[in-house]
Ligand binder design. Structure first.
Ligand code: SF4
Length: 467
């Protein structure tokens, strides 16, 4: 879409709104301006005015940029006005109303926390941004869970993340750095060697800083792609490098059921792992085949049986609404099959089509936004009815229908790590390829340090660093 900004340079705000309202369009800034096709967004006299020219007609949206006292608040108010004016003009032109209204951020909980701290309510939040009331209620519930988690953390409490960027095969929707282990097997041993070096160095950093790990998460990729012996070595190295006495939670992604064995589970149990994720994404064999998972729904049930037999693990299961070939009926069937396995947590993602994933080149294979909306709504109703409560929520760019990802948990079983990570409540020290350390400052600021993305580059960087 052709865009023209007048009296401001809030490109990012305008483009975020464009992506939300017209996901298939990309911004273009013609040097001659916009007079007949596109959107012109002006900011003057404390008000943003959007003039939208579409299909030979003109629509106008207005929003005030007022109520600010500091420069920071001024920028925030102006960005909000730019978005809202664009939003109002677009809705007047017949664009469908997104469930999150004019909100574009990936962490709506941050804004909700500010609302609650100012004595405002979820209804105010919904009204100010035209958010569906059920989304506002969901956001309030997850924000309250985050506030409770925050209150339980002491100064110096941190999370630890360890990335294992290997999987048995690559899923069609994957945009992560994970490598198909069949093609990269020879990298696993040198990768682990480099990782153990980084773990030792990180352990010293944490000791020197007097920090206390309270949540430890092995993700990726699929850590259980490693052999039982390799997992044993890795967990032993973590126990040696860090003082884990205050650890409240130890989680391992065992995402792919075809990587789970009784032997590996015994190793995890021995090292104090208390949570595992077994992620079917769908319980339809046809959809599993369409996304390249190379395992069946029966293997998911069998893996769950192994986990339950191995001991007292809290289990999370990830589902995705909007997978290729799936339908609301198929998704309902998946939900029932997952609920029958009685996991402690169910995380319902909405498919996000990211650049770099195979599905980005095949949008025609995907269910429409209306069907995805039915899947997401059904999940919320069914999980709430089965006693699960929403405890964390985030949105991503390029999500089907602009919906959200929600972690649901039986009371008292939600993952502290997920909340810390998502709400940036504490420092999370990340080790391994693609790891992104977030240093949380006392003023709420976050400083990032990222590791090289791919195993090869990571191994080289660790070598250069003398690790
Ligand atoms: S299991 Fe996850 S990380 Fe691995 S290929 Fe699939 S989406 Fe990517």
């Amino acid at each position: 879409m052709r865009l023209q900004l007048i009296g401001h340079d809030y490109k990012y705000a305008a483009e975020q709104m464009l992506l939300t309202l017209f996901p298939r369009e990309r911004p273009v800034y013609p040097p001659e301006g916009v007079a007949d096709d596109g959107a012109r967004i002006a900011l003057e006299g404390g008000e943003a005015v959007c003039t939208l020219f579409r299909n030979g007609r003109t629509y106008t949206g207005r929003a005030p940029a007022d109520g600010w006292r500091t420069q920071r608040e001024r920028v925030r108010a102006e960005q909000r006005a730019v978005k809202l004016s664009f939003y109002r003009a677009a809705l007047a032109s017949g664009a469908p109303k997104p469930v999150w209204g004019a909100l574009t951020g990936v962490k709506p909980g941050k804004l909700m926390a500010r609302y609650l701290s100012e004595g405002k309510t979820a209804a105010d939040f919904a009204a100010d941004f035209d958010v569906d009331p059920d989304r506002a209620a969901l956001c309030e519930a997850t924000t309250r869970a985050a506030l409770a988690a925050k209150a339980s953390l002491a100064a110096g409490d941190i999370g630890l993340y360890v990335g294992i960027p290997f999987c048995p095969t690559r899923c069609a929707y994957c945009s992560f750095i994970s490598s198909d282990v069949r093609a990269s097997e020879k990298l696993v041993a040198p990768y682990l060697k480099a990782l153990l070096g980084e773990i030792r160095a990180a352990g010293e950093e944490v000791r020197r800083a007097g920090q206390r790990p309270v949540a430890l998460y092995l993700g990726g990729g699929t850590p259980t792609t490693l052999t039982a012996e390799q997992l044993d070595t890795l967990c032993a190295a973590l126990a040696e490098a860090f003082d884990l006495a205050a650890l409240r939670e130890y989680t391992v992604e065992a995402g792919r059921p075809d990587t789970i064995t009784a032997e590996k589970l015994a190793v995890l149990k021995k090292h104090g792992v208390g949570r595992v994720s077994v992620n079917p994404q769908t319980m339809s064999d046809a959809v599993l085949a369409a996304i390249g998972r190379r395992h069946t729904a029966q293997q998911v049930a069998d893996a769950l049986a192994l986990v339950r037999a191995a001991g007292n693990f809290a289990v999370n299961m990830d589902l995705i609404a909007g997978l290729p070939g799936d339908t609301p009926e198929g998704f309902a069937d998946t939900l029932e099959k997952v609920l029958a396995l009685a996991p402690e947590n169910v995380t319902v993602h909405t498919l996000a089509i990211k650049n770099g994933s195979f599905l980005a080149s095949r949008p025609e294979a995907l269910p429409g936004a209306e069907d995805v909306g039915r899947m997401v709504s059904l999940a919320g109703r069914r999980l709430a009815g089965a006693g699960y409560r929403p405890y964390y929520l985030y949105r991503q760019k390029y999500m089907s229908g602009g919906f959200e990802n929600v972690g649901w948990a039986r009371p008292g079983t939600g993952s502290l790590y997920n909340i810390i990570m998502m709400e940036e409540l504490a420092t999370v020290l990340a080790m391994g390829a693609g790891g992104s350390t977030k240093y949380a400052g006392p003023d709420g600021s976050v400083r990032r340090r990222t590791n090289p993305k791919y195993p090869k580059e990571y191994i080289e960087r660790m070598r250069e660093n003398g690790i």
